[in-house]
Ligand binder design. Structure first.
Ligand SMILES: Cc1cc2nc3c(=O)[nH]c(=O)nc-3n(C[C@H](O)[C@H](O)[C@H](O)COP(=O)(O)OP(=O)(O)OC[C@H]3O[C@@H](n4cnc5c(N)ncnc54)[C@H](O)[C@@H]3O)c2cc1C
Length: 341
């Protein structure tokens, strides 16, 4: 049975694994992620005090763009039927949407999309498993994680952020150097950076704001705020609020730690919302690779580094930064490797 390793349990990796399972029943799929759980930039954080108080610190809502209406409708229908996606029923102030676009939210948090596809894939997923090196050996790929764990696979798909590909050891540096065009294309890929901060409140706390989310254009630090439980249609759950900083703020403080930046963000929040009660806990997240500002030239969906054995690069860097972009990338991978498994 063909053994496939998908590195990265984010939305693209999860979609690739699910599509592979549906198209090729008899394969062994393994997924690795360096984080503690599934989601990547579609992760959902929980209050340490109350498991039912959650906040999406990355991806906020899913927009079904009119340009993908027909092409991707089966994905949206499937997630709606599984109650993973429901229509956004509250107003996001100053959101820029075309009138034919439809916005969806995830009642159980945005990581439920990723977890749904991972479950569908019937894969073996391992967390806190950071890929360190990849070496070609006797027609297969030998991979090693930084904790020393090893595996041998017939095909490998890497969905990690592009700058992190250049940190991989083993044959990776020489594979990347073998095609100067691919290497320089990868070097062109760029991401915005920003911080996210989540405030978790006790059950029963009321935050009397008329909006569930809003874009902020006139603040030196923040660009977006959401009362996350309200945005997800969970008004009765303990409140959580998500703040995203602007990209210039993210860039200015990029080399600081979240612990260093957190007091700056909390002071600004206190000035903006002086009447809010103190939260029961706070989480600050640095998104060094937030959204792709410059995709791989031509946005091909994926790039094949080796035909045999297959080694493929995928993720939103090869399309664009949203759910549709992850689908585009996952479908491109399927097209490339399906017949080789
Ligand atoms: C702040 C923010 C707001 C956003 N808002 C929206 C939105 O409203 N709507 C929308 O559709 N999209 C939004 N996006 C974009 C969307 O989240 C991404 O396009 C999508 O999640 C990308 O998925 P991915 O699987 O390609 O990458 P990722 O989610 O980044 O997955 C890559 C995975 O690889 C893992 N990894 C990295 N290196 C290694 C390694 N060496 N070994 C093992 N694992 C590794 C990472 O831990 C990660 O889990 C937003 C993103 C951010 C950050």
């Amino acid at each position: 049975m063909s053994r496939v390793l998908v590195v990265g349990c984010g939305c693209t990796g999860a979609l690739i694994a699910a599509l592979l399972r549906r198209n090729k029943k008899l394969i062994n799929i393994t997924m690795w992620d360096k984080s503690k759980g599934a989601g990547g930039r579609m992760s959902t954080s929980r209050s340490p005090q109350d498991n039912s108080c959650t906040a999406d610190l990355g991806c906020q809502y899913i927009t079904q763009h009119s340009s993908y209406l027909n092409k991707h409708s089966s994905y949206y229908e499937e997630l709606k039927n599984a109650s993973i996606l429901v229509p956004l029923n509250t107003e996001i102030e100053y959101a820029k949407n075309n009138e034919n676009d439809t916005n969806y939210v995830t009642p159980a948090g945005v990581s439920s999309i990723v977890k749904y596809y991972i479950k569908e894939s019937q894969c073996c997923s391992s967390y806190q498993m950071q890929l360190d090196s990849i070496v070609k050996k006797e027609g297969s790929w030998m991979v090693k994680a930084i904790d020393g764990s090893e595996g041998v696979f017939d095909s490998v798909v890497l969905t990690i952020p592009v700058p992190q590909l250049f940190l991989l050891q083993g044959d990776m540096p020489s594979i990347l150097s073998a095609s100067s065009q691919v290497k320089s294309n990868l070097e062109e890929v760029d991401y915005s950076s920003r911080y996210a901060l989540g405030l978790f409140f006790d059950k029963g706390v009321k935050l009397d704001e008329p909006w569930s989310g809003k874009y902020v254009n006139d603040h030196p630090i923040f660009r977006f705020i959401a009362i996350d439980n309200k945005k997800r249609g969970q008004a009765e759950s303990p409140p959580s609020v998500v703040f995203h900083t602007s990209v210039p703020f993210g860039k200015q403080h990029l080399e600081k730690t979240p612990t260093e930046v957190e007091p700056i963000l909390l002071k600004a929040i206190k000035e903006m919302f002086p009447n809010w009660p103190a939260p029961s806990s706070v989480k600050t997240q640095k998104w060094r690779y937030s959204q792709v500002s410059k995709p791989y030239p031509g946005s091909p969906g994926c790039v094949v580094l080796s035909e045999n054995p297959p080694l493929v690069l995928a993720g939103d860097a090869f399309s664009h930064s949203n759910f549709d972009g992850c689908i585009v990338s996952a479908e491109a991978v399927l097209k490339e490797i399906e017949d080789k498994l």
